[in-house]
Every structure is written in C-alpha cells, then in structure tokens.
Design a protein around this ligand. Structure first.
Ligand SMILES: *[C@@H]1O[C@H](CO)[C@@H](O)[C@H](O)[C@H]1NC(C)=O
Ligand SMILES: *[C@@H]1O[C@H](CO)[C@@H](O)[C@H](O)[C@H]1NC(C)=O
Ligand SMILES: *[C@@H]1O[C@H](CO)[C@@H](O)[C@H](O)[C@H]1NC(C)=O
Ligand SMILES: *[C@@H]1O[C@H](CO)[C@@H](O)[C@H](O)[C@H]1NC(C)=O
Ligand SMILES: *[C@@H]1O[C@H](CO)[C@@H](O)[C@H](O)[C@H]1NC(C)=O
Ligand SMILES: *[C@@H]1O[C@H](CO)[C@@H](O)[C@H](O)[C@H]1NC(C)=O
Ligand SMILES: *[C@@H]1O[C@H](CO)[C@@H](O)[C@H](O)[C@H]1NC(C)=O
Ligand SMILES: *[C@@H]1O[C@H](CO)[C@@H](O)[C@H](O)[C@H]1NC(C)=O
Ligand SMILES: *[C@@H]1O[C@H](CO)[C@@H](O)[C@H](O)[C@H]1NC(C)=O
Ligand SMILES: *[C@@H]1O[C@H](CO)[C@@H](O)[C@H](O)[C@H]1NC(C)=O
Length: 875
C-alpha cells in the first residue's frame, strides 16, 4: 500500500479538488453546455451527486436486457468519489440502452476493479460493444488494473470514446462475459457510464468544409486529407496539456474532459514556460472557443534558450499505443511569447513517426500574424502491427535552420485511436504478450512506410467519398485515464509498464492513515493536542503506532481549492525527496472530507520562533550559523540534487523547522514547483507566489522564477538570523522598515554591526560578521544571475563558521551530534513530475506585495495554508 500511496492520494485529492471547484461553476458558465448528459451509477438504485457536478442516477431504467444481471456492493469501498460503491454484474450478456439524440457523444466507462459480494475480482473477463463498435475484447479487468504503474490507482479503470449517432439510434452498450472452458464462471461488470454530447465538429470533420486545409492530414508518402468520418469511433488515448499541471474535468470547457500532464512522455530535454501572456486575451478565430480551456494555451514546452544546443536535438514525445490501428493526433499551439512577434521569426519542423509533416511550422503565420490565437493541427498516422504489441508513436519537433529563433513549442497533444475496418477499438490485455516481442518503432521504419502506403491506398477511396457524406453514425472517444486525476502518466497500453515515478518510490515513503487512526492519535482532535494554530488550520501533536511515535498532524479540512492543491503538491514533492535538511512526510489521510498531512515531529518548532517575538531562549551565533548551513544544504539539494530543478518558492524562517538536536529542516512545499529542466535551465514564468518580505524582486517584477529566487529569500533569512527581527516592520522608521534595505545601507556604510541582534552582542568576531554580511548581501543582489548558487553559499557559510571559531585553516567542525552531509538523501530522488499541483489561482501574492493569504502566526508548523471546511456540504 505504501508504494501506491502518493498517486493514490493525489488522485483522491484531485478528485476532491475538482469537487471543491465546482460550486463556483454552474454548467451555464462553461463555454459549451452539452444538451445531453447521462451519468449512470450502475448497480445502484439511488442517485448520487458528486462534487464534480455529476449527478449520477440509478441504472435500472436504462437496462434493456437484464434478466440475469444483479447489483452488488464493493467489499472494499473505493476512496475515490464516484460511482464506485456498487456495480452491475452478470454471468450472461446484458445491455444498457440510452435514448440519445443524434450527433457525436462522449461515452465514458468507469470501472472499479475489486471484489464485490459474490463476485471475485479476478473473474471479471468480458467484451463490451457499443453500437457497431467493439470497445473491449476479452478484457481482463483485474489484469488491466494490476498492470497499472500504481496498484492503488489502477483499481479504477476509465475509458473515454467518441461515438457519433445516426438519427433515431438508441445507443446500446452490451456487456458480454467471455466464457471459455478454463473460465466458465467469467462475468461482466460496470460501475458507471457517462454520455455527454459534444459539438458536432470538435473531433469529427465537417464534410461541408470548403477549405479542407484544416482537415487531418495523412502522415506518409502523400499527405492526403483524412477526414474523421461520422461512422468512425475514437478512443481517447492521450489528452495532454503540455508543460503544466493536469486540468480536471470540472475545469474543461464544459465537456468534462480532463487534460493530463505530458512529462512522462517527453524524452528529451525541454523547458517550460508557464502562465504566459496572462494579460493577453485569447482570440478564438481559428478554432472554436470550446476546443480546450484557456489555460491549455498559456503553458508551453519549448527547447530552451540556447539555439545552438536546440539545433542539435529534437524535442521528442513517445506515446505508447496499440499497434495495428490508425491514430488521430491533434496538436495545439498558441503564440504568446512577446519575443516572437513576427511571423517567420520562429518556425520549426514537426515529425510524426519520423516523417516530416510540417517543414515550416510557424504559429504566428498560422494565426494570421496575431498573438494569442490558438490553432490546432491534425495528423492521421497508421501504426503497423498485429494489434498485440504496444509501440511508441513519436512526435518530434526541431527548429528550421532558416528560422531566426531556433526553437519549437507546443501547448497540448491529443491522441485518439480510430476503429479498424471491422469497428474494433479493443487492444490486448497487458500480459498477453511478452515484452521482449515488442519492436522498437524507429528501427522498423521500413515496415512503417510500407504499411502506411497500404493504408493510403485503402483510404484513398474513402476520402473522396467522404466529402459527400451526410451526417451519420457514430463516435467515441476513449481515454486511457485510469482516473480523473494526476494519473495520466501511469496510463498503460498493453503490457508496457511506463515506469512512472510512483512505482519506483521507496516503499517507506508515504503511508496512508485512516481518519480513525488520526482521531486516535489526537484524542479526536483534542484542543490539548494543538501545537500550532495557523491562520489556515491546526497542527496537532499526535502519537501513532501505539503511542511509540510522535508526529505533527497538520489538518486541512479543505476550505479552498488552493489549500487542496498545495496539499497535493506537498505530498507529491515531499514523497520524492529525502534529505536530512528537508522535513519528512510520514503520511497523509484523505477521508471523510479531511485532508491531513503527517510529519515527523519537530521538537523545537520553527527557526522564526527562536529569533523574535518569542520567549524562547535565544540561539547562540554558532547555532545560528549551523542552522543556516543546514538550510543551505537542503536548498542546494532541491536545486541540484534531483533530476528536476525544484524551486521552493517560500523560503523563510517560519518554514525552517528544528528537531531536538537543532537540525534544521526546510518545510512547506505547498508552493514549490519544478523549475526549468534541460541544459539551459533558465527560468519559468509563473504567477508570483511566496511571502512578503522574502520575495525576489526579479520574480515579482518580471515573473521570472529561478533557483535564484530561493537564493534571494535565503538571503533574507540570513539577515533575520543576524538581526533577530522580521523582514518587514511597518512601524519602524522608514529607513529601517525593510530589513534588506536597512542591511544594505549599513553594509555600505560599514556599520553592519548596527543590525546585529542585541542577543548576539559580543558573540560575533568582526571578520566573521563582515563575511557573513557579504554572503547575505550577495544573495540579495538585484540581478539574479549575479547571486551565488546555494552550493557556493554553503561553502562560504562554512568559511564563516570557521572564521567564527578562529580556525580558518582547519576543517569545519560539525558541532555536536549534528552531522552534515550531502549524500544523506536516499535513492528516492527519482523522477519528480513536472506537473505542478500548487499553481493555485488564489494564493498569490499581488505585485505590490500584499499577501493574500497566510499568517505568520503559527506555533509549530508554519504557514498553514490549510483551513477547515466551514460547511463541508455547502457547495
Ligand atoms: C464562444 O464562442 C461563441 C461563438 O463564437 C460565442 O457566442 C461565445 O460567447 C463564446 N464564449 C465565450 C465564453 O467566449
Ligand atoms: C435499493 O437497493 C437496496 C440495496 O440493494 C435495497 O435494499 C432497496 O430495497 C432498493 N430500493 C428500491 C427502491 O429498489
Ligand atoms: C445536478 O443537479 C443539480 C441540482 O439539481 C443541478 O443544479 C446541476 O445542474 C446538475 N448537474 C448536472 C451536470 O446536470
Ligand atoms: C485475469 O487476470 C487475473 C489476474 O489479475 C488472473 O488470475 C485470471 O486468471 C485472468 N483471467 C483470464 C480469463 O485470463
Ligand atoms: C437497442 O436496444 C433496444 C432495446 O433492447 C432495441 O429495441 C434496439 O433495436 C437496439 N438498437 C440497436 C441499434 O441495436
Ligand atoms: C550555447 O551552447 C553552446 C554549446 O554548448 C555554447 O558554446 C554557447 O556559448 C551557448 N550560447 C549561449 C548564448 O549560452
Ligand atoms: C530529428 O528527427 C528526424 C526524424 O526522425 C531526424 O531525421 C533528424 O535527424 C533528427 N534530428 C536530430 C538533430 O536528432
Ligand atoms: C470504423 O467502423 C465503422 C463501422 O464498422 C466503419 O464503417 C468504418 O469504416 C471504420 N473506420 C475505419 C477507419 O476503418
Ligand atoms: C480489426 O480488429 C479485429 C479484432 O482485433 C481483427 O480481428 C481484425 O482483423 C481487424 N481488422 C483489420 C482490417 O485489421
Ligand atoms: C517508448 O519510448 C520510451 C521512452 O523513450 C522507451 O523507454 C520505451 O522503451 C519505448 N517503447 C517502445 C515499445 O519502443
């Protein structure tokens, strides 16, 4: 269970988040309002409203052939909210029949693969047909669920299809148990079915289009248009928002699609630009405004700022797909980069399956030379094979050598499987073929071309016929999303494990607590156990494992979406980081509307509490230096110790906790985000967040977030440590109001001793003070590039400590029991996901520095951004 804990938590929480976000979004506010929505809670006779805005209803009236089917409750309830409590089962065929109107629809299937009363999990083995299409063929639900990267998450299986109904059709969905002599007692089951109407030509091609240049283009020898005809069904394989966090169904344009993160599929270096063009309004002149949520077009992935390097590689995605099918690839672009104002300035090649599909991809050119005009380019590609293999479909982008800007960028990728000629969409079960038999596509180029030619021929006839086609038939979309949540990355095709982060997490990283355990640990949230009262929630001291282990229990009863996002971010980040100087997450609890984080207990509270506004004994100078060095090491690890650069974004004395041996631990990763990756590692653009008084001016003035933003905040902490005062004191005389300004002033005047904490009087040797001041002020340089790295800072602080001890040549003393070490972190620093769950819209600091959240008044765990739900039912 532990291994799965994180994804599981994230899934659950995202769902929760999605629910929380709904109150503000009535369907009417969405760009597109489906005229038909069926959300069926199979096997249940009561209705269920989930907080994602879905109203699930009983299934009985849609059952057209149900003699033998029965309803049964799950033996282990799912922790996911949704139609998972009950399911409908049968050992013989059963059919749902929906009286839907004509036109394209999303069909979504929800399965919770677990044991139900009288139905053992492993015996679920069945096919599913919808209209003329085969969606599943001999589908082994438990096998598919288990093959998922994350066992906890996989218990939920989710598929999305597009299907287009002819006038007068009912949509019949039939579940057929696959009986064999070895498996005579197979059964079929289903937990939830959803049908949502969609705009007519969102994914289907409008045959009346005069201008067929917007039609999907066949990849291969020729580039014939390949319209998506009304009698095709599609299965959503990927819907990836490139470069930023997942967008939940509730935040779609009204069709309840979710947009997953792409980072699992990017195989080369790249750089993210997030939240770009915030002030620019998007203009939907090329595509309808319901095509994708606005936010999709405001985050891009590109190659990096060094054009020389960019010329040397292809920005590449590899998307595992079932062989033997044709796929529709939709690429979304939007130019918002003010540096790319002129058409022709940036153009790039696009390769699909190593075939050149665009030799002059010029986003501005595509969008009438206008910034902020989203465009979509569509390609159809055949992946040859016997339907039993999982192969990669590759997307590569490369700067056109004649382009001024040597870069390429993209906002979103959608990939749909198209039914084959017999109406089949089903792929193999995961373990039905040995992995070794998989063929690497790049090496099977010839085969690929040959087959494409065949396809071209086969399709040519259709194409001409299609133009005349009247509206007819069916449509489907499947999504390989297991879950509504963060899980896109662990999607799986066939038997290929896509080795996501969570599967390789050490098993001891994260533990799931039940609410009962938490209640027991805190004597039912007894006030006597409260050790921290933040503006946003309580922190309790608790005892777990029969009282043997003390923990800090941070309780969020999600009041705000932001809190929930930060909650997830904290779990995501902390579960993957291990370092002596980073606070350890013991586990979490997500149950009964509670979001609770459980940490190692830090006996001595925050650094801030030992510096000012406190009656605790003052720290000695040497203690303070050691703490600074430890914090420096923690931040150095964040910046460089993992595959991705991690920017903490909220470094401050209140977020530095001290254990009983005074070892400092950086805490509160609610705002952290993955920084730019790749060689150029420059900056990400992002909404300004953080704490007033600690904010890098470069960051809040220019939205440039870099590791040097943390360096700046760390410089402020150094000054706090030296002066024993807050960064901002509004009642101080003007000159002293800002600690940074005052320190700069004193340093320049050579009177730095004026800012020294009176408690430290006589403790600091002069050359040590001078050097310390130098280090602190170098962190606070206006120009981020001039600021030293955390590594250099740690080195300099070690020197400062030696100066203090009059031991300039000696080896640094570690001081007591307290051991420093860079390599104390475990092997857990595997991939950290580029997704960012903290990018909340609310908790931002406005540009004039007004903090819109957070108080500095906490006792133990600082900055509790979490608060209690005042009315958990009030949505
Ligand atoms: C979306 O586009 C339609 C048609 O152009 C327009 O009527 C509608 O107001 C737009 N909706 C929003 C939210 O911009
Ligand atoms: C609904 O289902 C429950 C459990 O299956 C059953 O006890 C109850 O009688 C049913 N109610 C109706 C109205 O069918
Ligand atoms: C669900 O039901 C509520 C209350 O009747 C209604 O306001 C809401 O619009 C419904 N949601 C959907 C998606 O139909
Ligand atoms: C389905 O998979 C399970 C393992 O999850 C296995 O025990 C069972 O035999 C499989 N059923 C069939 C029909 O292959
Ligand atoms: C769907 O099922 C209904 C009820 O069983 C049946 O009357 C109808 O013919 C079926 N429609 C199709 C297209 O199979
Ligand atoms: C880009 O990278 C190349 C090769 O590493 C290097 O020589 C060049 O100086 C870099 N240019 C810039 C502007 O950083
Ligand atoms: C980029 O990919 C294309 C298509 O596979 C290939 O021809 C080209 O050599 C690649 N370029 C680089 C620099 O890897
Ligand atoms: C998809 O299935 C339909 C119905 O069987 C068929 O008419 C159509 O040709 C199929 N599409 C493709 C691309 O084979
Ligand atoms: C379509 O898929 C079915 C089921 O896998 C298969 O039997 C059939 O041969 C496929 N048709 C083509 C033309 O590939
Ligand atoms: C698909 O691409 C990924 C990432 O490059 C690679 O690890 C995997 O082996 C590839 N799978 C196949 C079947 O080629």
């Amino acid at each position: 269970m532990d291994t799965t804990c994180i994804r599981f938590a994230l899934g659950a929480i995202l769902l929760h988040l999605l629910l929380l976000s709904l109150p503000n979004l009535s369907i009417a506010e969405f760009i597109y309002s489906p005229h038909e929505i069926f959300s069926i809670n199979c096997g249940s006779n009561s209705s269920l409203s989930t907080r994602d805005g879905r109203n699930w209803t009983a299934d009985i009236k849609f059952l057209s052939e149900n003699k033998d089917s029965v309803a049964a409750p799950a033996l282990t309830p799912s922790t996911q909210e949704g139609p998972y409590t009950d399911a409908r089962f049968s050992h013989s065929q059963f059919t749902y029949s929906f009286p839907v109107s004509t036109g394209p629809k999303f069909l979504r299937l929800f399965f919770y693969s677990t044991s139900y009363q009288n139905f053992h999990r492993s015996k679920a083995y069945f096919s599913v047909k919808a209209g003329p299409y085969t969606l599943f063929q001999d589908f082994n639900a438990s096998l598919n669920a288990d093959a998922d990267d994350d066992p906890a998450q996989t218990d939920i299986l989710f598929r999305e299809y597009c299907i287009n109904l002819k006038d007068g059709d009912r949509l019949n969905i039939t579940f057929i148990p696959s009986k064999t002599s070895q498996h005579p007692d197979s059964y079929a089951f289903i937990n939830g079915i959803e049908i949502v109407s969609m705009p007519p030509f969102l994914y289907y091609t409008n045959p009346d289009d005069v201008d067929i240049s917007g039609w999907p283009q066949l990849v291969g020898l020729n580039t014939n248009p390949f319209p998506i005809e009304n009698n095709f069904a599609l299965e959503t394989n990927y819907r990836l928002r490139v470069g930023d966090q997942q967008i939940p169904a509730s935040q779609d344009t009204g069709m309840l699609r979710s947009w997953d993160v792409d980072n699992k599929y990017v195989t080369t270096q790249s750089v993210l630009s997030l939240d770009i063009g915030i002030g620019i309004k998007l203009t939907f002149t090329k595509i309808p405004n319901y095509t994708a949520p606005d936010t999709v077009y405001r985050s891009v992935r590109n190659m990096g700022s060094n054009g020389t390097i960019n010329m040397g590689f292809n920005l590449t995605w590899q998307l595992p797909v079932d062989s033997g099918f044709t796929y529709l690839l939709r690429l979304h672009f939007c130019q918002l980069d003010p540096d790319m104002k002129n058409p022709g300035y940036q153009s790039f090649f696009i390769f699909v399956q190593d075939q050149l599909v665009e030799k002059w991809a010029d986003i501005l050119g595509w969008s009438d030379k206008q910034e902020g005009v989203p465009v979509v380019k569509q390609y159809v590609v055949f992946i040859p094979g016997n339907q039993q293999e999982t192969l990669n479909l590759s997307l590569k982008m490369h700067p056109n050598p004649t382009s001024l800007a040597k870069d390429a960028q993209i906002n979103a990728i959608e990939l749909f499987k198209i039914n084959n000629t017999t109406g089949n969409l089903a792929g193999p079960n995961p373990d039905s073929h040995p992995k070794t038999s998989e063929v690497l596509l790049p090496s099977s180029n010839k085969k690929s071309k040959g087959s494409t030619r065949t396809l071209t021929a086969a399709v040519a006839g259709t194409v001409s016929g299609v133009v005349m086609l009247s509206l007819s038939v069916a449509f489907f979309l499947t999504k390989r999303k297991k879950n509504m949540a963060v899980d896109e990355g662990s999607n799986k095709k066939g038997g290929t494990s896509r080795g996501g982060g969570s599967s390789s997490l050490p098993t001891n990283l994260c533990r799931k607590f039940s609410i009962a355990e938490i209640r027991a640990a805190t004597n039912n949230f007894d006030e006597l156990f409260v050790v921290g009262l933040g503006g946003f929630g309580n922190v309790y001291k608790g005892y777990i494992d029969d009282g043997s282990t003390r923990v800090a229990i941070k309780r969020l009863k999600a009041d705000s979406r932001q809190g929930a996002q930060e909650f997830m971010n904290e779990i995501e980040m902390l579960s993957q980081l291990r370092h002596l100087h980073l606070v350890s997450l013991v586990g979490y609890c997500y149950e009964s509307n509670e979001m609770i984080l459980v940490y190692d207990f830090m006996d001595r509270g925050s650094l801030r509490e030992h510096l000012y506004d406190t009656d605790k004994p003052s720290l000695s100078w040497k203690q303070r230096l050691q703490i600074c060095i430890g914090v420096g090491r923690g931040l150095h690890y964040l910046h460089t110790g993992t595959k991705d650069v991690i920017i903490h974004r909220d470094v401050k004395s209140a977020n530095i906790l001290l254990d009983e041996k005074w070892v400092p631990k950086v805490s509160d990763f609610g705002l952290s985000r993955i920084g730019p990756t790749g060689i150029s590692r420059t900056h990400v653009n992002t909404q300004v967040k953080g704490s007033i008084g600690y904010l890098d001016p470069e960051y809040y003035k220019r939205d440039r977030l870099t590791v040097k933003s943390d360096v700046y905040s760390f410089g402020v902490v150094l000054l706090e440590v030296l002066s024993g005062r807050q960064p901002l004191l509004h009642w101080e005389e003007k000159q002293r109001m800002s600690l940074v300004k005052w320190a700069k002033h004193c340093y320049e005047k050579g009177i730095l001793s004026e800012i020294v904490d009176p408690e430290l009087k006589g403790q600091i040797v002069p050359q040590c003070l001078r050097k310390f001041g130098e280090v602190a002020l170098s962190c606070l340089l206006e120009d981020g590039t001039q600021r030293p790295s955390m590594k250099d800072i740690v080195g300099m602080l070690e020197l400062v400590l030696q100066l203090q001890e009059g031991d300039v040549n000696g080896v640094m003393e570690s001081g007591g029991d307290y051991e420093y070490g860079d390599d104390v972190f475990s092997s857990s620093h595997n991939s950290v996901h580029v997704s960012d769950y903290s990018k909340s819209t609310g908790l931002s600091t406005t540009r004039d520095g007004d903090r819109s959240y957070g108080s500095n008044d906490f006792v133990l765990i600082p900055d509790d951004v979490f608060s209690e739900i005042k009315d958990p039912n009030g949505r």
